[in-house]
Design a binder for this molecule. Sequence first.
Ligand SMILES: Nc1ncnc2c1ncn2[C@@H]1O[C@H](COP(=O)(O)OP(=O)(O)OC[C@H]2O[C@@H]([n+]3cccc(C(=O)O)c3)[C@H](O)[C@@H]2O)[C@@H](O)[C@H]1O
Ligand SMILES: Nc1ncnc2c1ncn2[C@@H]1O[C@H](COP(=O)(O)OP(=O)(O)OP(=O)(O)O)[C@@H](O)[C@H]1O
Ligand SMILES: NC(=O)CC[C@H](N)C(=O)O
Length: 552
Amino acid sequence: MPDTFRLTLAQLNPVMGDLAGNAAKALAAWQEGRAAGTDYVVCPEMFLLGYNPQDLVTKPALQIACMEQLQKLALETADGPALGIGAPVMYGDNLHNGYFILFGGKIHAQLHKHHLPNYNVFDEMRTFDSGDLNGPYVLNGVRIGSPICEDAWYEDVAETLAETGAEFLVVPNGSPYRRDKYDTRVAHMVSRVIENDMPLVYVNMVGGQDDQAFDGGSFVLNRGGKLAVLMPVFEEAIAHVTMTRTDDGWAAEPQPLSDHPDAWEQDYHAMVVTLRDYIHKSGFKKVLLGLSGGIDSALVAMVAVDALGADNVRCIMLPSEYTSQHSLEDAKEIAENLGVKYHTVPITPARDAFTASLAPMFEGMAEDVTEENIQSRIRGTILMALSNKFGEMLLTTGNKSEMATGYCTIYGDMNGGYNPIKDLYKSRVFETCRWRNTHHRDWMQGPEGEVCPTRIITKPPSAELRPDQKDEDSLPPYDVLDAILTGLVDNEQSVDDLVAAGFDRADVVRAEHLLHINEWKRYQAAPGTRLTNCAFWMDRRYPIVNRFRTGR
Ligand SMILES: Nc1ncnc2c1ncn2[C@@H]1O[C@H](COP(=O)(O)OP(=O)(O)OC[C@H]2O[C@@H]([n+]3cccc(C(=O)O)c3)[C@H](O)[C@@H]2O)[C@@H](O)[C@H]1O
Ligand SMILES: Nc1ncnc2c1ncn2[C@@H]1O[C@H](COP(=O)(O)OP(=O)(O)OP(=O)(O)O)[C@@H](O)[C@H]1O
Ligand SMILES: NC(=O)CC[C@H](N)C(=O)O
């Protein structure tokens, strides 16, 4: 019976569907583990394919390709430590979220996820069958139990593993970020450790996949729930961990813990990582955006530069007769601070042409939102033309308050492929800009210091689509609006709940009305970084036609 067991935790970033590329990453981690004298290299859940694969896993050709790649990987890792890696598998007539332990050139053990998450962004019951409860597998004489991600959020899987002789738990995960998610994970894992009186190794994925950020932050808990290892967030990392058998069971040798940043930093990092990975994994290098001198586009520009580098970001000011002098100055200043390519393309000639073309049909009619939206659509058209010509993806800049209330123009400022601030309420947009002005980290490609001019943060928001327009002419002040929207959207509260909490009934009824009548806009909106438990994309699936209201 060995007295030590070495694990290599491979906290890596897969590319969805790139089976050969993901296998190569796993192999490189395995080689590193072998060089370090490890017994077992642990990759995250579904690492061979990427997570969350949704309906992609139901394609038979994909299932076959995964098995072929897995067999190849087993042969490539025949001579050395075991490799754990997740992949989908057909077993009889059932499709499982599987985890494979490759050892000695073969599939040494195969596990099937039992608890299939089916809430928020997850709908694994749509694609996978639930596996039977697994017993432990044996590696170098040590009995290891592996609940697969959601399996470890319940008591029964770990309990069965403990009862059937597991000596410690190794949990592979594809656990996406949301604000404060780490605390939730640790709370669940500590429960498993205490209930079963054994250490637990938690290996998470990193990187961006569409709207979701996988934040890594893998860790090891010793008996009693004491944190022995904590890996960095949002970055690929490998950790070698030595487990030692003691009189009281196994214990992981403690290591210096990585910093675990606060929610402001993690949100910002999630936006940077998801944008970077969405762009690169989609085969792009560069982006562009309309830079208005307002705060939303300022924040998107900062995130883009931190994600991709200033050389890969182009910003365009598209002034009209309503564009203020301070907007022209502020846009130029932040562009210079960031070091991006910056151009000015006036929209007046195009607007005049539209006005002339529409004049016969609009004769005798007053100007209204139609004319406002034409400006936005001219900007959207020019920006898409630049995107086509230069091969740069257009970023869109609507914050969560705007996405909730439809305060944005379809086929206008909503044009674009990705929106990093989509799940940030406007109040958090202000705070995030302040945070970025006072914090700089190694993973940011942009400059440090006060990148966002203070005036952009302090001036009242305006779409500048008509004279002296302010957002607060159309919407309640953002601190009030955002609190109401948090209640309606994130907490599923009713109008009465929010009135009881002290909000003005008219404001709440209006916010609820805007929220529901703009469902259609959100169906047509670009994907963007998920930061909360209720982001507009997969977390919240409402019908478009819907007359239900909680208050009038
Ligand atoms: N359920 C539904 N399904 C499909 N289509 C639906 C629909 N309901 C309305 N529509 C259509 O949608 C159209 C109205 O939507 P839309 O054209 O977007 O226009 P709308 O939402 O009326 O106006 C855009 C608003 O966004 C504001 N804004 C704020 C910040 C920035 C910007 C900017 O652009 O830079 C704009 C702007 O001031 C204005 O108040 C209607 O003409 C109607 O045909
Ligand atoms: N004059 C402009 N030049 C370039 N892009 C613009 C201009 N006006 C609007 N846009 C684009 O349309 C988006 C929506 O405008 P909106 O007014 O909502 O945002 P903002 O100007 O960035 O911030 P704020 O709402 O705080 O003023 C902008 O973020 C920007 O990408
Ligand atoms: N992949 C999964 O099973 C994810 C669900 C899990 N409870 C999590 O978010 O961490």
